[in-house]
Design a protein around this ligand. Structure first.
Ligand code: NAD
Length: 389
């Protein structure tokens, strides 16, 4: 990216705990950028509206100006949003992803020393998940049992395709395309190359769903071959090469989803970048986050070829809204991803190091404090201030 010294970054403060954690994020990023660049660079935050805050002001859940601002400025960051119940909008997050074609959901998972983890060697976990964001059973193509639409689909399946299906079934469609798969896997491999990662694993359930998840695997290997023939090698080719991996080559492998869930628990060091269809990705992202401190420390981004929206991966936790209690770690680490994306890695590194130090000093918010013995519980703002200090 060609980034000016004072880029305008649209920010959606969000609902519930959103404003608390987003203020903490801004405080931290501003301090890190000022320190890393001696005051020569500065983010100009542009507050834009979405969610309940937008509805209260404009009677719209997702104003057009918000999407336009994100498109114009290319990089944005958002807090969690309340999804309206009823009223036609399925989910604001899904709408934002679809409107901006944010096809890759990127979730890094890494461990901060001191956090209590349910696994024996959490320090071995260093993964990044690339989840396809636009297809699969999340496409929203489904019909409720008993509706004329569902009955019509059932009749078609029975009569035209001779499929054995029960009456009064709910029906959902799982589209997975070559286009959607290849652009996602291409991004995952490009990331692996740029960041010197050893492997990319295609996670799928192709033994059961041959033409959706099975095709994801096939197209994934094809993407590696088509876009990065020099940089990649398959696991099979490594075996044929006597187990030797030529210097600098990234190993492309695939694992069945159920088996990969076991393996990231038992042998996390064997996995680095995971590329996966939407539903598997949803599950594995949260399962991996749970190993390293839960939602409070799980950053994420949704990325297209043009636009990137960084976000807290947790929801609005309404119980803790406006109480200065929530852990801002997730959105602060999403901010670090944003800084990396701008090419401002030195500022991001300052934050990561300071966050690690703060947790090591056992200065943490309520969610981590209740698991760590001898820890000091601080509020959202004080946690950010401790990082800055
Ligand atoms: P949630 O993530 O908001 O909260 C679940 C629980 O996790 C909370 O009660 C809290 O105990 C804990 N938690 C979450 N974030 C935390 C943080 N930063 N610090 C400390 N503890 C934290 O999930 P939910 O209760 O299922 O959803 C609440 C609302 O959020 C719903 O309206 C939902 O639609 C929305 N939501 C939005 C997003 C998003 O905008 N990306 C994601 C998920 C849910």
């Amino acid at each position: 990216l060609a980034v000016p010294n004072d880029p305008v970054i649209p920010v959606i403060m969000g609902d519930g705990i959103g404003p608390d954690v987003m203020q903490a994020m801004r405080l931290t990023l501003d301090a890190a950028v000022a320190q890393a660049f001696g005051g020569q660079k500065k983010i100009e935050w542009l507050e834009v509206l979405a969610g309940a805050a937008a509805f209260a002001k404009t009677q719209e859940w997702l104003p057009r100006e918000t999407l336009d601002a994100i498109k114009e400025h290319i990089v944005a960051i958002k807090g969690p949003l309340t999804t309206p119940i009823g009223g036609g909008i399925r989910s604001l997050n899904v709408t934002i992803r679809q409107e901006l074609d944010l096809y890759a959901c990127v979730r890094p998972v890494r461990y901060f020393e001191g956090v209590v983890s349910p696994v024996k060697r959490p320090q071995d976990i260093d993964l990044i998940i690339f989840r396809e964001n636009t297809e699969d059973v999340y496409s929203g193509i489904e019909w409720k049992a008993g509706t004329p639409e569902a009955d019509k689909v059932i009749e078609f399946l029975q009569k035209e395709l001779h499929v054995n299906i029960r009456a009064n079934s709910g029906i959902g469609i799982k589209p997975i395309s070559a286009f959607g798969t290849k652009r996602l896997v291409k991004k995952a491999i490009a990331y692996a190359i740029q960041n010197h990662k050893p492997s990319v694993t295609l996670m799928h359930k192709g033994n059961i769903m041959k033409f959706t998840e099975g095709s994801f695997k096939e197209w994934g290997y094809q993407a590696a071959q088509e876009y990065f023939p020099q940089e990649t090698i398959t696991e099979q080719e490594v075996a044929d090469n006597g187990g030797k991996i030529p210097d600098g080559k990234i190993v492309i492998k695939d694992r069945l989803a159920d088996s990969l869930f076991q393996q990231v628990l038992l042998r996390p060091t064997e996995y680095s970048v995971i590329a996966t269809p939407n539903l598997n990705g949803d599950y594995i992202s949260d399962a991996c986050a749970a190993q390293v401190g839960g939602l409070g420390l799980a950053p994420g981004a949704n990325i297209s070829d043009h636009v990137a929206v960084f976000e807290a991966t947790h929801g609005t936790a309404p119980k803790y809204a406006d109480k200065n209690m929530a852990n801002p770690g997730s959105v602060i680490l999403s901010g670090v991803m944003l800084l990396d994306y701008l090419g401002w890695q030195s500022a991001g590194q300052l934050i990561t190091d300071a966050l690690a130090k703060t947790i090591q000093q056992k200065i943490v918010t309520y969610d981590l404090e209740r698991q760590m013995s001898g820890a000091t519980k601080v509020g959202t703002r004080e946690f950010a201030e401790a990082i800055v200090k």
